[in-house]
Ligand binder design. Structure first.
Ligand SMILES: C[S@@+](CC[C@H](N)C(=O)[O-])C[C@H]1O[C@@H](n2cnc3c(N)ncnc32)[C@H](O)[C@@H]1O
Length: 242
């Protein structure tokens, strides 16, 4: 009797041991949180800028996308605003988070600047193309995001009554440009809402211009307590409106 019981326990242990080994070596990646073919599909469709957002398309690590996605899933904003994106990676993450919440909508504003436009800040003219205009609809995010191909100033003039619970700024990276974005959109952020700034760690002069978001962030940090996700080549700054 005891022998049979002992054998059964022994076989169970050995089986589970081998199953764990097989999982570890062959299916480890399948158990990862980021192992969703949909994540990789989104990253490829919207050309995730792996360098700029500390992400990795091969492993499905969405980098700063985790922060955006997590905040939106947890805070459940009704209205989200995104200023600037070359091919829509972060706007798509924001819209996907709203979709997964079952409500909420992103207004995505980009002037559609091209590489040879002064002040385009690495824009590639994508939002003026048909592929760009249809990209969110084609990906099944059409009910959760609207694209506005216009400048930040034109947008604010046209939609003066809009207010937001979450605002992400990744447009004009000059000091003057980020100050303008802040002046335009801070009053449009609802109480307890979040404002996020991309590239708060990038310094220096590059072909696209003199980076100034870091300087603005340094000044802002003296007045408001915020969170900084620091990476030399990018960086994300987060503040909440109290
Ligand atoms: C730095 S790129 C964004 C790159 C990027 N980090 C990403 O995720 O793709 C800046 C974008 O902002 C847009 N932009 C620049 N100035 C703008 C303005 N004043 N109003 C609206 N969009 C602007 C450009 O067209 C460009 O697509």
């Amino acid at each position: 009797m005891f022998d049979i019981l002992f054998m059964q326990i022994f076989i169970q242990r050995i089986t589970s041991y081998f199953i764990n080994i097989i999982n570890l070596f062959f299916f480890n990646n399948l158990e990862s949180f980021s192992n969703s073919s949909h994540i990789k599909h989104l990253m490829k469709a919207f050309r995730a800028d792996d360098y700029g957002h500390e992400s990795n398309t091969n492993t499905g690590d969405i980098g700063y996308g985790w922060i955006h996605y997590g905040l939106i899933r947890q805070q459940k904003p009704n209205r989200v605003l995104c200023i600037g994106s070359r091919h829509g990676y972060i706007p798509a993450i924001l819209a996907q988070a709203c979709k997964d919440n079952g409500f909420g909508r992103v207004d995505f504003v980009d002037a559609g600047y091209d590489l040879d436009d002064a002040g385009g800040w690495t824009g590639e003219g994508y939002w003026k193309t048909l592929a760009g205009k249809n990209s969110f609809i084609n990906f099944g995010l059409g009910n959760f995001i609207s694209l506005f191909v216009m400048t930040n100033s034109d947008f604010i003039n046209k939609y003066q009554s809009n207010y937001y619970d979450y605002i992400y700024i990744d447009g004009d990276h000059s000091l003057k440009g980020i100050i303008l974005d802040f002046k335009l959109f801070w009053p449009k952020l609802n109480k307890n809402g979040y404002m996020l700034f991309h590239d708060v760690c990038v310094k220096g002069i590059k072909p696209e211009g003199v980076y100034g978001v870091w300087k603005f962030w340094e000044l802002l940090k003296k007045r408001v307590s915020g969170i900084e996700i620091s990476f030399l080549g990018s960086g994300l700054g987060i503040i909440q409106k109290k």
